[in-house]
Ligand binder design. Structure first.
Ligand code: ZN
Length: 135
């Protein structure tokens, strides 16, 4: 069984959004900054005034690693698998997986959001957008 996230009042809009087919991120009402994961204060200006917005689904690969050893027994049958940092078009970055072969991954590669239901969890993952090297 996959490890379960700890859902708190702060993170509930994120998880309920995924269950509803939306990737939501926080947006600062004072400076316009947008971020993930959820936190009480804007990481840029420390304002506590924010709302939640819905990601358009576009993004690009910032970096990734390929796991060849499982860090949890739930992942043993998935190795090798990638863990990537994707920057959404709206700015927030998240740690995720990209559904692609290792040799297809590249920095700056455009990706597209896909919300997977995996072991009862709704998780934001990405697929390659437009094929290799497209911009
Ligand atoms: Zn701010």
């Amino acid at each position: 069984m996959l490890p379960r996230p700890e859902v708190t009042p702060l993170t509930e809009p994120y998880w309920s959004g995924l269950a509803a087919g939306e990737l939501r991120f926080q947006h600062c009402r004072d400076c316009g900054n947008a971020w993930l994961p959820a936190r009480d204060e804007c990481p840029r200006c420390l304002s506590r005034s924010h709302d939640w917005q819905v990601a358009s689904g576009g993004g690009r690969i910032i970096s990734w690693v390929v796991y060849r050893q499982a860090v949890h027994e739930a992942f043993v049958e998935r190795i090798p698998y990638n863990v990537a940092i994707v920057e959404l078009d709206e700015g927030p970055r998240l740690i995720t997986n990209v559904d692609a072969r290792e040799e297809e991954l590249a920095i700056e590669l455009p990706v597209r959001l896909r919300i997977d239901e995996d072991d009862g969890l709704h998780l934001p993952r990405f697929t390659l957008a437009g094929g290799r090297w497209s911009r």
